[in-house]
Design a protein around this ligand. Sequence first.
Ligand code: F3S
Length: 763
Amino acid sequence: GAEKAPLSRLEPDQFINDRYAAMEERLGVVRKRLNRPLSFAEKVVYGHLDDPQGQEIERGVSYLRLRPDRVAMQDATAQMAVLQFISSGLPTTAVPSTIHCDHLIEGTTAPQEDRDNSFGGQADLAHAIKTNKEVYDFLSSAGAKYGIGFWKPGSGIIHQIVLENYAFPGGMMIGTDSHTPNAGGLGMCAVGVGGADAVDVMAGLPWELKAPKVIGVKLTGKLSKWNSPKDIICKVAGILTVKGGTGAIVEYYGPGVDNISCTGMGTICNMGAEIGATTSMFPFNKRQYDYLVATGREPIAKLADAFRENLRADEGAEYDQTIELNLSELEPQINGPFTPDLAHTLSEFAEALKTNKWPTELKAGLIGSCTNSSYEDMQRAASVARQALDAGIKAKVPFTITPGSEQIRATIERDGLIDIFNKVGGTVLANACGPCIGQWKRTEIKKGEANSIITSYNRNFAARNDGNPATHAFVTSPELVTAFAIAGDLTFNPEKDTLVGADGKEIKLQPPTGDELPAKGFDAGVETYQAPAPGQVEVKVDPNSSRLQLLEPFKPWDGKDVEDALVLIKVKGKCTTDHISMAGPWLKFRGHLDNISNNMLIGALNSENEQVNSVKNQITGEYGPVPAVARDYKARGLEWVVVGDENYGEGSSREHAALEPRHLGARAVLVKSFARIHETNLKKQGLLPLTFANPADYDKVGPFDKISIKGLTDFQPGKPLTVVGKKPDGETYEFPVNQTFNDNQIEWFKAGSALNAMGKDKK
Ligand code: F3S
């Protein structure tokens, strides 16, 4: 066989050879069954099927059960995921998993009093370590104990660390962050998921995904001058819009692919999240080979090369939709404001600003982030900055640089790029998300003040970067951001306009240049990784913490039907997971189930009084906030149910929307229809998601009724249950309700939760 290729330098005892062998075997079965050419995306997805023989496979229709190779979590979403994993009682995660401390670090662009007037990456990092100590302590101790690799604050942004260390061609990964698809630049099928999915996979359950459609993007030609990989995805976003990729994997192919660096492919896949795609993927090629070698993974490069037939599309593979782009004809793109699919070409941008009355004066330029912080990006941006320095001028506006990882930071420092950025007036922020996720302490603009900024990030929805809804954020390549920051004016077009140097002479910026990979190799910088140390570690959670709370496993089913549960709220109209568990300021409690439960259903409309967060307590007769009334019932030992309308629980897959009702004593959620993911999440927490067999029965249930659910002692897949309702005057009614539990899920219900069920047979 081929030389052994470890999964990563940090996991020397696990081998990609085994993963490829399993993939080949599964693909053999699937090929026989489907008997048609496969796209690259299909090969990787079907190569990870739990049951390649029995699984139904129809793109856009069947639900696939998959076995991902690994899990990655960022520190905000990891908190509840890890807490849930701990509550399962399992000793270690079933697949290699990592935690990345990147989301909780603020970036400052001006001296701050509470930080001794210091600012920039070092000060920001020190400040974050102080304010988030309990979260970091918890994650690092739990990581050590349960076998999860822990990347300390300062190590870098999850997606960059994954690309540098863990991504491999043909692999499959899930990550609790929307830009997980970044690893598609290295040929991985990497999908952003909610915490509930991460918990399942860590606990050894298969991961469910609707068989993705495949959108083929054929690239021809070559990028030149001011063009960069960012323009490709900005252009594709303009074509497909923010919804155009939903339910699909975007697969790139064609001769143009070989003209893009591996990290450039990462940028394209990263921002594929902006079109709603499941993920984006590039087939294995020489550029990926070179990147693997440069990041110390030559054995993987060689192994992938030997396996390359499975790492690209078959001749004649069919796509559900195709787009063709000629890179030689592409113009630099600038997208925004307020939505990433509003694409403008550089030559038309000044006009668009004027027509739409968007502020043309630039107030800040920000480069780096998970999207665009490769060595190549930094070199190209620095090549623009250097021209300004040579002409004796500096950035006119605050200009920040976010290295994606400690390795990038150390390498660009060694190679003199940080020096250039500093000299041109830039601020190098910590290796973390910072302003990309709204962690930006920005003092020079007041909230509500209309202003424009330009970034090399991916997302630009209102208030995303600085919390100010009047900030117009535009998205483009780092090299263009640098040029704009030097000009201080968004109507500037570096392709034709000139700047004035310190000597009064006009200068014209030359197109950026830069090496794809560092000639002297990467400098790893400071060690920021903590390896798992299963065994004696104690998980640190302060019992007085407001941010973290260990979870108690939920109680198993008592073997009886539900009797006389109270209707807590009969919801009218739209009820998304945001109505059920609001985000915003509540997110600071995401690791503390009891505290965050105080937001339960506070956004849902009560059909009885047409108000939000006001329901009548059926025992006291008084109106109160929904969570308070639920707590009162729970304290009295009374069970309750929620009644809802159509598509209940649509929106993001937030697991808190299912955990909170379970925690506060719910038994069932009875609605006209469910959003599928939420329905599954409720089952995972041991609740009963039920639908009216006859939707008109919604009207039979009054807001002050008592609900009994019959048939649980003979709970079977496909068999309806019966609701018996009791009005306050004693009158009763009865109707059938449907449920979609399979055998496995009925076991979850009986055990009290999916995790209890997993823990039971694995402990
Ligand atoms: Fe996400 Fe930006 Fe961080 S897209 S991972 S918030 S750098």
